[in-house]
Design a protein. Structure first.
Length: 328
């Protein structure tokens, strides 16, 4: 572990806007030197949490600790954090290098020194060749790398990113997320990345913290959260699961753990309602008793051995040890 990695801890952090409780007594110990995704639906309190950590929003109650020090009331520049915004907010009239050097200018660092540091940061994000361009002469992906360099030039312990990929097209989003991951590993500092995309969180995160309705619903490694969701909300939000109420409780079962058989020969009977070709897999949805829907995700070759059609009666099969009991 790098020596300059400091642990972030939230202690019963609350944010109220008038009568709205945007963040409700959230406590969490973030893993040091790791890539953490704060994941949840729109309005659940992710950005408010991030802005309080950055110091762009006051804390209504509770404390934020970085490396054991209470930073809750420090100005943003003194926290050891840096924020990359959803809209990159680059200064249109400043060159790439000047944008990156901006915070050093505010600190009174002399021009030679700040352009040298900006040069190092641009090298880090592979933009040295474009140092003299203006922001509107850059692609979306390049603008994002400038914004990253600009945040990193302050040498933060913790980089905060609010939906950093949402303005990019799907192809570039996947490319940039790999770059973010690589950068975090190179710099050996912690990244805290807010997203509402479960695929993004699964691809990037050492740890996923799932928020819902102003609280943390579940936190764990990407694999833990995906494979062992605690609640129906997490199972549905992470995707790839069915949530079914059986005689003795509510369960999650991964769609790729459900198979099809002849009616009467499976774990439960149903009627096919929809078939979706997804390239490598075919998703077959069926209605079962209690007006519930179960989806089986079949390898395409398996599906096409004996293709089904909407309206067909089928058996849905699973191993009972694949059923994962949910707490709510
Ligand atoms: P997320 O980033 O998960 O979409 P936010 O933290 O932006 O969620 O918002 C959480 C809740 O707080 C929402 O109900 C939102 O409308 C409210 N909220 C956010 N910012 C403000 C604000 N500046 N003033 C009043 N309400 C706000
Ligand atoms: Mg937000």
């Amino acid at each position: 572990m790098s020596l300059n990695t400091k642990e972030l801890e939230l202690v019963s952090v609350t944010k109220r806007y008038g009568d709205t409780v945007a963040v409700d007594a959230v406590s969490h110990h973030f893993r040091p030197n790791s890539y953490t995704c704060l994941l949840g639906p729109s309005g659940c309190g992710k950005s408010s949490t991030l802005r309080m950590i950055a110091g762009h929003e006051t804390v209504s109650d509770g404390a934020i600790l970085l490396g054991g020090v209470d930073i809750s009331h420090l100005p943003p520049a003194q926290r050891g954090t840096a924020m990359m915004f959803q809209s990159y907010a680059l200064f249109p009239h400043l060159s790439v290098a000047e944008n990156v050097a901006f915070s050093l200018k505010m600190k009174g660092v002399d021009k030679g020194e700040r352009l040298k540091k900006a040069g190092e940061m641009l090298e880090l994000v592979d933009l040295s060749a474009l140092a003299d361009r203006l922001p509107d002469q850059l692609s979306g992906g390049q603008q994002q790398r400038v914004a990253l360099a600009r945040a990193l030039i302050t040498r933060p312990q913790l980089l905060l990113l609010d939906e950093p990929l949402s303005a990019l097209d799907p192809f570039l989003r996947i490319k940039m997320r790999a770059e973010l991951r690589k950068l975090q590993q190179e710099l050996k500092i912690s990244f805290l990345h807010v997203t509402h995309g479960q695929d993004e969180a699964l691809a990037l995160a050492d740890e996923i913290v799932v928020m819902n309705n102003a609280v943390i619903e579940q936190a764990g490694t990407a694999r833990e959260v995906f494979n062992t969701p605690k609640t129906a909300f997490v199972a549905r939000f992470m995707g790839g699961h069915n949530v079914v109420s059986l005689a003795d409780g509510t369960y999650a079962i991964r769609a790729d753990a459900v198979g099809l058989s002849a009616p009467g020969a499976g774990s439960i009977d149903g009627t096919v309602t929809a078939i979706e070709f997804q390239g490598t897999h075919v998703s077959v949805s069926a209605r079962i008793a209690g007006d519930q829907e179960v989806t089986a995700l079949l390898p395409d070759a398996r599906f096409f051995e004996q293709p089904n059609n909407p309206g067909d009666p089928v058996g849905l099969t699973w191993e009972t040890d694949q059923l994962h009991k949910l707490s709510a």
